[in-house]
Ligand binder design. Structure first.
Ligand SMILES: NC(=O)c1ccc[n+]([C@@H]2O[C@H](COP(=O)([O-])OP(=O)(O)OC[C@H]3O[C@@H](n4cnc5c(N)ncnc54)[C@H](OP(=O)(O)O)[C@@H]3O)[C@@H](O)[C@H]2O)c1
Length: 278
């Protein structure tokens, strides 16, 4: 086995960014575990040599079982790609708190729990790379996405703390901040938004935002990037001895984050409302 061959776990590998990443890591010669709930969606990955695991990141037993399987079969985990996630959309007034908790459960506690179980193995070897998929939405906010953004802001904060905590053990922590990427994410976010806020006081905002979100999932969607843009970045970060702490990639990520830093709040609100047609 070459010294550069890594044992990698990619969550959310049944679709979009995770599926692309798992395939590319495999193509790069690594041993790759691709995990998600819908294992029936991962036959192409299996055919390509990715080891498919059933994983629900909200289920503690499921997480423990997945990590145990990898350690039993491969003895270590060098790279953890915390990618599983979805967008729960709706106005703060409308989103039931049970759904808000579910959003944080998947996007934040799922990532945190996997990280907790992987860290002892990485610490023992004094090496490893944890790659957390945040979003440009971890640095800026759009209307009706409050809980999604809260989850990604949390991913940003946890990643910064983790990076400082684990430096002493030789573990890298990387944040990937994708822009707008053509995956199922937009269609799922649009569905949650319609269910939550399409009737009532925020219906006017919901229509414009849902249309924009749903459009980003179309195969010919303009102003989006392919998931491969993120997959390639993750492969680069996974193989680097000293990866960057942050990668801003995909349509809109770098300019929108710069704009957010430069503009006062109300000027930025104006840009965002225009972009969403609201
Ligand atoms: N697309 C974008 O524009 C964009 C932009 C910035 C950031 N991101 C982030 O990128 C990541 C990947 O999203 P994507 O765009 O590739 O979306 P996607 O195509 O919808 O894929 C999401 C993946 O997450 C998995 N997942 C969802 N809930 C899960 C759970 N409870 N347990 C385990 N897996 C779960 C899904 O698998 P199962 O349903 O089969 O479990 C699926 O494989 C997410 O964290 C998303 O927030 C996306």
């Amino acid at each position: 086995m070459s010294g550069n061959t890594k044992i990698a776990l990619v969550t959310g590998a049944s679709s979009g960014i995770g599926a692309d990443t798992a395939l590319r890591l495999r193509e790069a010669g690594h041993t790759v575990y691709g995990a998600a709930r819908r294992i029936e969606r991962m036959t192409a990955l299996r055919d390509a040599g990715v080891r498919v695991l059933s994983l629900d990141v909200t289920d503690e037993d499921s997480i423990r079982k997945a990590i145990d399987t990898i350690i039993h079969e491969s003895g270590r985990i060098d790279v953890l790609v915390n990618n599983a996630g979805y967008g729960s959309y709706g106005s703060l007034e409308d989103v039931p708190l049970a759904e808000a908790r579910a959003q944080i459960e998947v996007n934040v506690f799922g990532l945190a729990h996997l990280t907790q179980l992987v860290l002892p193995h990485m610490r023992a070897r004094r090496s490893g790379t944890i790659i957390n998929i945040s979003s440009m939405g971890g640095k800026l906010v759009t209307p009706l996405g409050g809980w999604y953004h809260a989850s990604k802001y949390a991913v940003e904060a946890l990643s910064d703390a983790l990076r400082m905590e684990t430096k002493q053990f030789g573990i890298n922590v990387v944040v990937v901040e994708p822009g707008s990427i053509r995956t199922e994410w937009g269609a799922i976010a649009a569905e949650t938004l319609k269910e939550t806020s399409s009737k009532g006081a925020y219906a006017n905002l919901a229509e414009g935002v849902a249309t924009t979100l749903a459009a980003s999932s179309q195969p010919d969607a303009k102003m989006t990037s392919a998931p491969s843009v993120i997959g390639k970045t993750i492969v680069k970060a996974a193989g680097a001895r000293r990866p960057r702490t942050r990668y801003r990639v995909g349509f809109g990520a770098a300019p929108m984050m710069s704009l957010r830093r430069l503009l006062p709040d109300r000027a930025f609100d104006f840009v965002i409302r225009r972009a969403f047609g609201i």
